[in-house]
Ligand binder design. Sequence first.
Ligand SMILES: C[S@@+](CC[C@H](N)C(=O)[O-])C[C@H]1O[C@@H](n2cnc3c(N)ncnc32)[C@H](O)[C@@H]1O
Length: 236
Amino acid sequence: MWRASVLTILPDIFPGPLGASLAGKALTSGAWSLEVVDIRAFATDKHRTVDDTPAGGGPGMVMKADVLARAIDATATDRRPRLLLSPRGVPLTQTRVEALARGDGAVLVCGRFEGVDERVIAARGLEEVSIGDYVLSGGEIAAMVLIDSCVRLLPGVMGTAASGAEESFNGGLLEYPHYTRPQNWEGRAIPAVLLSGDHAKIAAWRRAEAEKLTRGRRPDLWASFLRHSKAGSGTE
Ligand SMILES: C[S@@+](CC[C@H](N)C(=O)[O-])C[C@H]1O[C@@H](n2cnc3c(N)ncnc32)[C@H](O)[C@@H]1O
């Protein structure tokens, strides 16, 4: 079973959206498990303090190394990757999500305040992972994003096995556009090729649309796609 352990000072917000729809059903059916660890339970003073003022001064508070280390030591007793959600981290990609989903799960540490004492990151081998170039107020939503993206890839979780194979980022392209009935809506028709029943033509159209979208919206992905296609065809 794929196991997620989340260390947070806000345990009550889990499972949140992870308890609904695909992820929620998979949680109930035992395709994955969720352990939520309250970091505050590892504080030793009567106020259950988890943060302190930054060394060197400056705004905000810093999560204390000693308290967080005790929470990690009590939780991460196996070989699952230990990830700290952090805007400074390596950006999360679908390739990484696929690799994580193939493993045993993950231990996810949610930061709060200005961040986490650097020493616990080093001492407990936390790998910093970012869900994008913007700053959230805490790591919990980022942890939910990471878990959701992994859980939907677990065997049997998605309705149709193929729906994972044709998605955005698969093969390095964004996904083609989708349509469904009615055939005409507000004067806009479904592209005729999709109603032709010609599977080869439909596949070619979808491929061309995926390439056009990727080229227009994500020049970075497009450049990488071109590099990989050239390498694959042996021209580089
Ligand atoms: C207010 S943020 C701290 C930002 C930090 N002072 C900085 O400038 O890098 C508090 C916590 O939210 C989480 N967080 C914020 N943005 C994130 C992102 N883009 N990806 C993952 N986690 C994020 C991290 O756990 C972080 O410790």
